[in-house]
Design a protein around this ligand. Structure first.
Ligand code: MUC
Ligand code: MG
Length: 367
């Protein structure tokens, strides 16, 4: 299980329609496929999605940090020496999705070597998760039509609605229309990606008080420390820290500082090793967690569902696992499918990621 080589392969797959939210928009999945090779012929696989508006990473920076810094640092270590690996990776600040992809690829190797599924290694709670679908910015009637289609085609009944536009009343109207058209049988929550001020957020929450929202996520910036604490004290539902809680220490700051009361765990940024630390921290503090989506492709989504389904507290709420539906294609030999509103993990050793070589050849950007 000794690491001999790490590949960081940039690829690009267009979206059928862009996903728009307060901090950015996505037209193409310009991700990086990470493959860690070992001396016994195993290959661990994961993907890193660049999100410059959230972490500062780009596709080029992910490839460069892996090729130039991470690969030389961990070549020669075994996949079982994860504490040593992370000690070396953490000499470089930031770069969360590059580090996370390396971490998950190492877990994939361990699972394959042991002949055990990663889900079993992590916790083995379930083989599936309920799915929550993210509804991006669009005219209200299109947002409603998308949610209805996703419910009717995939059986999904939980929706995270992107908010954070100005004026905030547009988002309030969209959420109201979603509740009216979809009825009481669906679960709705909102994510502002820091687009509103604390005062706008408070007004919006007041005007949506009758909509039965279950969570509110990153409505205003965490850097507005006192404003956000003031808002969270008044928030009628758990307030999820997402981009403000990307490491265990940030989770501590957000929760103990009173600027969040729930946490989004994204394997795309904390892999499996650090995601487990955050999960256990949240469990110890009595803070709910939601499995979030970094606008992952199918590889990243498989990593998320593997982690989420493995743990009881992650499975309490629907996981955000459906963004890949908007992509025109993907790299897996056997595509993921969402049935009756749930997504299953892959059986077998490791993560069960099998890359289609023809698709990789078509979409890779480095040849
Ligand atoms: C989300 O939950 O915010 C959009 C930006 C980002 O960092 O993640 C996505 C989804
Ligand atoms: Mg979010």
């Amino acid at each position: 299980m000794k690491v001999t080589r790490i590949e960081a392969i940039p690829f690009a797959i267009p979206y059928k329609k862009p996903l728009r939210f307060a901090s950015g928009e996505i037209h193409t999945a310009d991700h990086v496929l990470v493959r860690v090779h070992t001396d016994d012929g195993l290959v661990g696989t994961a993907e890193a999605p660049p999100r410059p508006y959230t972490y500062g990473e780009t596709q080029e920076s992910i490839v460069a940090v892996i090729d130039k810094i991470f690969a030389p640092q961990i070549t020669g270590l075994t996949a079982l020496e994860r504490e040593v690996v992370h000690g070396r990776l953490d000499r470089t600040v930031g770069n969360p999705t590059a580090k996370a992809a390396v971490d998950m690829a190492l877990w994939d190797i361990i699972g394959q070597a042991a002949g055990i599924s990663i889900s079993g290694l992590l916790g083995g709670y379930s083989d599936r998760m309920r799915v929550s679908h993210m509804v991006g910015f669009a005219p209200t009637e299109q947002m409603v039509a998308e949610a209805e289609r996703i419910r009717d085609v995939h059986g999904i009944t939980t929706f995270k609605v992107k908010v954070g536009r100005r004026p905030y009343t547009d988002d309030v109207a969209a959420c109201r229309a979603l509740r009216e058209k979809l009825g009481e049988g669906v679960e709705l929550y909102i994510d502002g990606n820091r687009g509103w001020s604390a005062a706008e957020s408070a007004r919006a929450l007041r005007e949506m008080a009758d909509l039965g929202l279950t969570f509110a996520e990153e409505l205003c910036p965490a850097d507005d420390v006192l404003g956000r604490r003031w808002l969270v004290q008044r928030c009628p539902v758990p307030f999820i820290a997402d981009e403000s809680a990307t490491r265990a220490a940030e989770v501590t700051r957000e929760i103990l500082g009173g600027t969040a009361t729930a946490v989004s765990i994204k394997t795309a940024r904390t892999g499996f090793t650090a995601s487990q630390r955050i999960l256990h921290e949240c469990e110890g503090l009595g803070v709910p967690v939601v499995m979030g989506n970094q606008i992952d492709g199918q590889i990243g989504t498989l990593c998320t569902v593997t982690f989420g389904a493995a743990h009881r507290s992650c499975s309490q709420y629907a996981g955000e696992l459906s963004n890949f539906l908007d992509m025109t294609d993907d790299l897996l030999t056997e595509p993921l499918t969402i049935e009756s509103g749930t997504l299953r993990i892959r059986e077998g050793a490791g993560l069960g990621i099998d890359i289609d070589p023809d698709k990789l050849a078509r979409y890779r950007q480095d040849r």
